[in-house]
Design a protein around this ligand. Structure first.
Ligand code: UD1
Ligand code: CA
Length: 478
């Protein structure tokens, strides 16, 4: 439901100097999503009539990422005047001129903030009829954050930035979270009056608080109880700590939904992953991208799945898989490598030291050991013997291998593509298959075996092998 009286302005123009990175700060990822992606999710859940993102640093990259997540976002370009106050001013200008509802201001670098908390801020703002309502938090170590200063009655007085604070003010533990609900009128008025008289010579959004209060306006700071929600990310130490906490929360969510996570400390699950009840995650597992896992599947230990779909009851052990589908009841691993577009049918098996790519295995098909299967289609119930290799690449182009149903390939076969094997074919060990094989045929290419008696005694006289052979023939003569 759209709230016609609500607009969201996301500040994302800052340089992010403290990240020391070529990548703009708000594009650094946690939980598989750039920070700005999390913020856009929260904004979307608020159902605001307008969402504006203010950009400047690495403008095109940031704007593209924003529009990727939320195509209806209005992009506003900040000019050379620096500071969060200028950013908000530019954002306000991008709203329809007659918009006179409430404006929520979010920071692109506060990714864990959820829509429930912001919704409560808006409710408080509206019911108290404030001009400005903001979120604060009590930090053990408030270093680097703006401090919320209160008067002797505990009423909000002003915000002072860390760099501008006196030693006395630095002792204050209540910090400005950088999340605000303004009435549009109060925000417009305050932004037009803010100056740059501070250590950083920037327009500080936070000066709005003092201005509104000076005019006798209504203003309040509401402290959150869960500090992680408003954790701002300025450097990579904060990014690491926040990513870890985010992951902890994602795991907790899935455990409450009925997923067993044997070792949360070594498990990473990204935001867009979906898990069914009774999935079991073994230690050392990373589920990334849009991976989905159906009921009763066991994933891990030591498995990384990126954008994979795993069917009910499948087991996937010590495996690295990307963009692949693992069918119901299938078994994969240990030590399997599924490259993009591998489809493992229901009840099928991909075993030890097996690599697949752009390949489908039919229902119940098996590739148990030491194989490379690329650009291939393997029919239901077929078995590729140990060491089967599809030679799919002729140095110029890739070619397909098609294997019918219930085919039994012997060990150490090479299938030279393009090649097609009919249903029910058998192949001998060590066969190199270069031509199509009709259904039901046995294919062999190995030369027939010759034994040359006494070769070792004659050509390797006095060796351990010769002595062993002689001893064996003595016993057999007794
Ligand atoms: C800001 C607040 C501080 C608060 C802290 C909470 C100000 C002056 N200070 O400080 O009181 O405790 O957040 O996390 O607001 N941005 C722009 N344009 C700019 C500068 C910044 O869009 O010219 C954006 C940044 O991309 C970022 C957000 O505004 O998303 C906050 O900017 P940042 O420089 O990180 O402010 P802090 O120093 O953290
Ligand atoms: Ca910040």
């Amino acid at each position: 439901m759209t709230d016609q009286n609500l607009a969201v302005i996301i500040l994302a123009a800052g340089k992010g100097t403290r990240m020391k990175s070529k990548t703009p700060k708000v594009l650094h990822k946690l939980g598989g999503l750039p920070m700005i992606g999390h913020v856009l999710h929260t904004a979307a859940e608020l159902g605001a009539a307008h969402t504006v993102a203010v950009v400047r640093h690495d403008r095109d990259r940031v704007a593209e990422a924003i529009l990727d997540f939320a195509p209806s976002t209005i992009i506003a370009d900040q000019d050379e005047i620096p500071g969060t106050g200028r950013a908000l001013e530019v954002g306000l200008e991008a709203l329809p001129a007659d918009f006179d509802g409430d404006v929520v201001v979010l920071s692109g670098d506060v990714p864990l903030l959820d829509s429930v908390t912001v919704g409560r801020l808006v409710d408080a703002h509206r019911s108290r009829r404030d001009d400005l309502t903001m979120l604060s938090a009590i930090y053990d170590d408030p270093t680097g954050f703006g401090r919320v200063l209160r008067d002797e009655n505990g009423e909000f007085a002003q915000i002072v930035e860390d760099r501008d604070a006196t030693e006395q003010q630095k002792l204050v533990h209540e910090i400005n979270a950088g999340v605000y609900a303004f009435t549009a009128a109060a925000a417009r008025d305050a932004m037009s009056r803010i100056g740059t008289d501070n250590v950083q010579a920037e327009k500080y959004l936070t000066d709005a608080a003092g201005l509104i209060r000076g005019d006798g306006g209504r203003i309040a700071a509401v402290a959150v109880t869960d500090n992680w929600l408003v954790q701002g990310i300025n450097d990579r130490a904060q990014l690491g700590a926040t990513a870890r906490e985010y992951n902890r929360r994602v795991l907790e969510h899935w455990m409450r939904e009925g997923v067993t996570i044997v070792d949360p400390d070594t498990t990473i699950i990204e935001r867009d992953v979906t898990l069914a009840p009774d999935v079991e995650i073994q230690p050392g597992t990373q589920l990334r991208g849009a991976t989905t896992v159906a009921e009763g599947a066991v994933i891990g230990p030591d498995t990384t799945l990126v954008d994979c779909e795993v069917g009910a009851g499948a087991t996937v052990k010590r495996t690295d898989a990307t963009l692949s589908v693992i069918g119901e009841g299938a078994t994969v691993g240990p030590w399997s490598y599924l490259r993009p577009n591998s489809v493992v049918g229901a009840g099928a098996k991909v075993g030890t030291f097996v690599e697949t790519k752009n390949t489908s295995l039919g229902e119940g098909a098996k590739v148990p050991h030491l194989s490379y299967v690329g650009d291939a289609e393997i029919g239901a119930g077929s078995n590729l013997g140990a060491g089967t290799i599809t030679a799919n690449y002729d140095g110029v182009a890739k070619h397909r291998t098609v294997v019918g149903k219930h085919v039994k390939i012997g060990s150490d076969n090479v299938l030279v593509a393009p090649v097609e094997l009919g249903d029910g074919v058998y192949s001998g060990a060590g066969t190199t298959i270069r031509k199509d094989v009709p259904a039901g045929a046995l294919v062999v290419t190995a030369a027939s075996q010759r034994n040359i008696p006494g070769w070792v005694a004659k050509h390797r006289p006095g060796s351990d092998s010769a002595r062993a052979a002689e001893a064996a023939s003595d016993t057999s003569n007794e």
